[in-house]
Design a binder for this molecule. Structure first.
Ligand code: AMP
Ligand code: MG
Length: 344
C-alpha cells in the first residue's frame, strides 16, 4: 500500500515558511491557509490537475465550484470575461474583504474550478497571510473551506488537521480566523444581483452599492426536491457535526423549559453566553445574544466541540437572522438539516 505522506506544519510567523507554502502551491500542491473568513484549502487555480486534488482531499462533490482568490485587484480582469461598472464599485467598497463576486468566466479558468458553470467566483481576501501566500505562489489560488466536505468549516489550524492530516501537503498556521464564517457570495452574472450565500458583508451593505439585491431562496429555506440551484454548495448537507442538531426558536424561558425537560445522556445545548448555568444539560455557548459577529466567529468551533464531547442531540438557540446574524442562521439551519422547533 502506498505510504501516506505527512502534512507539513508551517507557521505564518516565519517569512520562509510562507515562501515554502508558496513553492508547494506553485508545484501543484495543496496547502491549507488562513483567511479572515475560515481556513481555505488552496491550489493553483490555473492548474486543473491541482484543483482536482482539492475535490479528492475534501471528498467534495465535483459539481460544486470553487472560489478563486487574488492578492491584487488587477489580477481579476484575466479571470473574467469583463468587469462591469457595478462589479468594480463593489470591489472598491468591500475588497479586500469577505465578499465573493461571481461573473462570466474567462477561458483561463479550468473546468475543475467552475464545475461546469459559465461563471467564476472571485475574492480578494484581506488577511495579510492569505495575500502573502498568493504573492509567494505567483498565481491565483482556488480555495474552498479546508474541511472534509459536510463537516463544520475550520477556523483554526487544529480544525484543519483534525479533518485533513495526511491528505494535504501542508497547513500554514496563522491563528484563529477573525470573521469565522465563509464569505458573502453575490452573483452579478444576471440582471438583478443575487445573494447566494450570506457572510461577513451583509445584504444591507450590498444594497448600498447595488440598489436592489435578491436573496436566493436557498439562503433561508430547504430546496424542494429536484429544484435547480444557482449556488450548488447550498444543496448539500453542510456544516454538520455528527450530532443531530435541532434549531429551537423562542424566548429564553421557553428554551430553558423545553431543553430542561429533555435531560438525557447525550443531550446537549448550544446556547448564548451566560445561559449555561440555567440549563440542566451540558452546554456550549457560541457568543453573546446581541453580538452576531461574535456568534459568527465562534459557531464552527462550538459545533466541533460538541462532537468532541460526544453529543448525540443538540438543541441550538436560534440566532436572529439580521445583519451578520443572517450568515450565522444560514449555517446553523444547515447544520440542523432544517429541523426546527418553534415554541409559542
Ligand atoms: P466554499 O468553497 O466552501 O467556500 O464554497 C463556495 C461556495 O460558492 C459554494 O456554495 C459554491 O456553490 C459557490 N460558488 C462558487 N463558484 C460559483 C459559481 N461560479 N456559481 C455559483 N456559485 C458558486
Ligand atoms: Mg465549504
Amino acid at each position: 500500500m502506498e505510504q501516506q505522506s505527512k502534512t507539513l506544519r508551517l507557521s505564518a510567523d516565519r517569512a520562509e515558511e510562507i515562501q515554502t507554502a508558496g513553492n508547494l502551491l506553485k508545484n501543484g500542491g495543496l496547502v491549507a491557509i488562513p483567511t479572515e473568513t475560515v481556513y481555505g484549502l488552496a491550489a493553483n487555480a490555473l492548474d486543473g490537475r491541482a484543483v482536482a486534488a482539492i475535490f479528492a482531499a475534501k471528498g467534495r462533490p465535483m459539481d460544486n465550484p470553487l472560489i478563486v482568490h487574488i492578492s491584487q485587484l488587477d489580477q481579476w480582469a484575466a479571470l473574467v470575461s469583463e468587469i462591469p461598472p457595478r462589479a468594480m464599485e463593489l470591489a472598491n467598497r468591500f475588497w479586500p474583504g469577505p465578499l465573493t463576486i461571481i461573473l462570466p468566466k474567462s477561458p483561463l479558468i479550468p473546468d475543475e474550478v467552475s464545475a461546469g458553470q459559465a461563471t467564476v467566483a472571485v475574492r480578494f481576501p484581506s488577511h495579510p497571510v492569505a495575500r502573502a501566500v498568493i504573492d509567494a505562489a505567483g498565481v491565483p489560488l482556488a480555495a474552498p473551506s479546508a474541511n472534509l466536505s459536510g463537516s463544520p468549516s475550520p477556523t483554526e489550524a487544529q480544525h484543519v488537521l483534525a479533518d485533513l492530516d495526511g491528505r494535504i501537503d501542508a497547513v500554514l498556521d496563522g491563528g484563529p480566523c477573525r470573521v469565522g464564517v465563509e464569505s458573502t457570495v453575490v452573483t452579478l452574472a444576471q440582471e438583478v444581483p443575487r445573494l447566494l450565500r450570506p457572510g461577513g458583508i451583509t445584504p444591507e451593505q450590498l444594497s448600498q452599492v447595488l440598489g436592489r439585491v435578491e436573496v436566493d431562496p436557498a439562503v433561508m429555506n430547504p430546496l424542494a426536491a429536484g429544484e435547480k440551484v444557482l449556488s450548488p454548495g447550498m444543496k448539500y448537507k453542510h456544516y454538520s457535526p455528527k450530532a443531530n442538531v435541532i434549531l429551537v426558536k423562542g424566548n429564553l424561558s421557553a428554551y430553558l423549559e423545553y431543553v430542561n425537560s429533555r435531560v438525557e445522556e447525550g443531550v446537549f445545548a448550544l446556547c448564548y453566553d451566560g445561559e449555561q448555568e440555567a440549563l440542566r444539560v451540558p452546554a456550549v455557548a457560541y457568543g453573546a445574544k446581541q453580538d452576531a459577529a461574535g456568534q459568527a466567529r465562534h459557531l464552527f468551533d462550538a459545533l466541533r466541540k460538541l462532537d468532541q464531547m460526544d453529543a448525540r442531540v443538540v438543541y441550538a438557540r436560534s440566532p436572529q437572522p439580521k445583519g451578520v446574524g443572517l450568515a450565522v442562521y444560514n449555517r446553523l439551519i444547515r447544520a440542523a438539516g432544517f429541523e426546527v422547533v418553534e415554541l409559542g
